[in-house]
Design a protein around this ligand. Structure first.
Ligand code: FAD
Ligand code: 2HG
Ligand code: ZN
Length: 476
C-alpha cells in the first residue's frame, strides 16, 4: 500500500542520512517526516518563490524535545528553520538548503489563563484564531488581528512582530507579549518577561525575540496580555478621489471618532477582490477606498454622520456606505481583507513599507511618481494600513514576462524604493519581516552599527549560526 511504501521510503532516507538516524535514535518519540510531499509542504511559505528542499520535518511536542533537537543540530551541523503556519510573506520560513524544519504544529495548546493578570499562556504553535477564541471564552480579547488568523501562529506572530488591521488602536504584537520562553541556539531555555507588568532590572531580553524571525532560536511559549472587548462598532466604506483626500479624511475621522481600524485600497485592489467573488460596493468606480471601523454608540453615530458630511462637502469623499448589521460589516471588511488571497494566483512581488505618518504625504508623492515611471505597464496594487504609515504595494507580473525577469525588474525598482525610504526615514519592512525577500535592502532601514549589533547578539545566542541562517541578514 501507499502508506507502507512511504514508511519504507522514510526508513531508507533515515538510513541514508546518518544525521537523521542519530536524531531518530536519540528521540524515538519524535515525529519526523521525510516524504517528498511533506518536504514540499513544510519547506515553503506564502512567497512560493523558492524551491523547498529541507532535510526533514520535525514535529516536537514538548519543550524538552525542542531543546534536544537544537543540541542534535549543533552536534550534526544541521541548520534549523522554525516553522509556524508558513503564512509569512517574506520567505522567513522557507527551507531550501537542506535544513531541518522544526514545526510547532503539535505545540498548539493553551496552558493557562490568569484572571487577575488577565493573561493567557499558550504554546507557540497555537493559531491566532484559537487565541482569539480562548480569550473570548473569558470575556476578553487578544486584539492583534489580520486575515491569516486561521493559519498563522502566535510564535510566527511574535517572530515577525505582526501588525494587522487593529494596530491603529492596539499596537503591534510586541505590545501584547508579557512573557515568552525561547530555546536559543545553544539549546538553553530562556524564560523572559514572566508576565510582569513592571520590571526595570536591566535589558528586556524578551524584545530580542520579537521580530527575530527565528534567527535567535525557537519561541516555545508565550504569555499574552488580554484586554476588554471594544464597544459595539460600525463599519463604513468610503470612496475617495485621490491620495490627498485620504490623509485629510484620516485626520478628520481620527479627531471625531474612536477609530478601531482605518484601512485603504485602490481601484486595482477592488478589481481583483471583485474578480475573486466579493460584492461590488458602489455602482461607480473610484480611485481610492477606505474601510473605517469605529465605536458606534448613539453619540458616535451622530459624530460619524457629521464627519461624513464635512468630508463630502470638502470633496474628499465621493460616496459612502455604513454597515447596518454584522453581516454587512463582514461584507465590507472582505473587500479589504480578501486582497492578499485574491492576488495570490499571480505570485505578486510584495512591498511592505512604512514611514512616520507625518512623512506619509511627501513619501507618497515621491513613491507614486517613482513607481509610475518605473512600472508603466505593470499592474501595481496599493493597499494597507494608512493610519499606521504602512503601505502594501503588490506588483503583478505581466503575463508575457518570464518570472526571473520579473523578479529582477522588481528588485531593481525596490532598490530605488529603498532609497526613497531612507530619505524619508522609513522601513523596508513594516510588519512582514525581512526574511529572504527584503534582505538585500536591510541597510536602507538599519544603520551599519545596528546591523553589526544584531549580528553580535545573534552570535551570543546562536554561536554556531544554525538558527534560520540566511534570513534577515547573511553572516559575513
Ligand atoms: P511563519 O510564516 O511560519 O514564519 C514566519 C517567521 O517566523 C519565519 O522566519 C519563521 O522562521 C519564524 N517563526 C515561526 N514560528 C516561530 C517560532 N515558534 N519561534 C521562532 N521563530 C518562528 N502580517 C502582518 O503583520 N499583518 C497582516 O495584516 C498580515 N496579513 C496577512 C494576510 C494573509 C492572507 C497572509 C497569507 C499573510 C498575512 N500576514 C500579515 C503575514 C503573516 O501572516 C504573518 O507574518 C504571521 O505573523 C506569520 O505567522 P506564521 O505562524 O505563519 O509564521
Ligand atoms: C494585509 O495587510 C497583509 O492585508 C498582507 O499585511 C499584505 O499581501 C500583502 O501584501
Ligand atoms: Zn498588512
Amino acid at each position: 500500500s501507499l502508506a507502507r511504501w512511504r514508511s519504507l521510503l522514510r526508513l531508507l532516507s533515515m538510513m541514508t542520512d546518518p544525521r537523521l538516524a542519530v536524531l531518530s535514535q536519540s528521540l524515538p518519540q519524535l515525529r519526523l517526516l521525510t516524504d517528498a510531499a511533506d518536504l514540499e509542504h513544510y519547506g515553503r511559505d506564502w512567497t512560493r518563490r523558492w524551491t523547498p528542499a529541507p532535510l526533514a520535518i520535525a514535529l516536537p511536542s514538548t519543550v524538552e524535545e525542542v531543546q534536544a533537537i537544537v543540541r542534535w543540530a549543533r552536534e550534526s551541523g544541521v541548520a534549523i528553520v522554525p516553522s509556524g503556519g508558513r503564512t509569512g510573506l517574506s520567505g522567513g520560513a522557507v527551507a531550501a538548503n537542506g535544513e531541518l524544519v522544526l514545526s510547532l504544529e503539535r505545540m498548539n495548546r493553551a496552558l493557562g489563563f490568569d484572571p487577575v493578570d488577565r493573561t493567557l499562556t499558550v504554546q507557540a504553535g497555537m493559531p491566532l484564531q484559537a487565541v482569539h477564541d480562548a480569550a473570548g471564552e473569558h470575556g476578553l480579547v487578544y486584539p492583534v488581528d489580520f486575515a491569516a488568523r486561521g493559519s498563522c501562529t502566535i510564535g510566527g506572530n511574535i517572530a515577525t512582530n505582526a501588525g494587522g488591521i487593529r494596530v491603529i488602536r492596539y499596537g503591534n504584537t510586541r505590545e501584547w507579549v508579557a512573557g515568552l520562553k525561547l530555546v536559543d541556539g545553544r539549546g538553553e531555555l530562556l524564560d523572559l518577561g514572566r508576565g510582569l507588568v513592571k520590571n526595570s532590572s536591566g535589558y528586556d531580553l524578551r524584545h530580542l525575540a520579537v521580530a527575530s524571525e527565528g534567527t535567535l532560536g525557537i519561541i516555545v511559549e508565550a504569555t499574552l496580555r488580554l484586554t476588554d472587548p471594544p464597544p459595539p462598532t460600525s463599519v463604513m466604506l468610503l470612496a475617495l478621489p485621490d491620495f490627498d483626500a485620504l490623509m485629510r479624511v484620516f485626520e478628520t475621522l481620527r479627531s471625531k471618532l474612536r477609530l478601531e481600524a482605518f484601512e485603504f485600497f485602490t481601484d486595482r485592489a477592488l478589481h481583483h477582490v471583485l474578480a475573486h467573488g466579493a460584492q461590488k460596493p458602489f455602482d461607480e468606480v473610484h480611485a481610492y477606498y477606505v474601510v473605517v471601523e469605529f465605536a458606534a454608540g448613539e453619540a458616535e453615530q451622530v459624530a460619524a454622520l457629521s464627519a461624513f458630511e464635512q468630508c463630502l462637502g470638502e470633496g474628499w469623499v465621493l460616496d459612502g456606505v455604513i454597515s447596518q448589521s454584522d453581516a454587512q460589516a463582514a461584507q465590507l471588511w472582505r473587500l479589504r481583507e480578501g486582497i492578499t488571497e485574491a492576488l495570490a494566483q499571480y505570485v505578486p512581488y510584495k512591498n511592505d513599507v512604512s514611514v512616520r505618518i507625518s512623512a506619509m504625504p511627501a513619501f507618497l508623492a515621491e513613491t507614486r511618481a517613482l513607481l509610475g515611471r518605473e512600472y508603466p505597464h505593470f499592474d501595481v496594487v496599493w493597499f494597507g494600513h494608512i493610519g499606521d504609515g504602512n503601505l502594501h504595494i503588490n506588483v503583478l507580473k505581466p503575463e508575457a514576462m518570464a518570472q526571473a525577469d520579473f523578479v529582477a525588474e522588481c528588485e531593481r525598482v525596490t532598490k530605488l524604493l529603498a532609497g526613497a525610504l531612507q530619505r524619508h526615514g522609513g522601513s523596508i519592512s513594516a510588519e512582514h519581516g525581512i526574511g529572504l525577500v527584503k534582505k538585500p535592502y536591510l541597510a536602507s532601514t538599519r544603520s551599519e552599527a545596528e546591523i553589526a549589533l544584531m549580528r553580535g547578539i545573534r552570535r551570543v545566542l546562536d554561536p554556531d549560526g544554525l538558527m534560520n541562517p540566511g534570513k534577515l541578514f547573511d553572516e559575513p
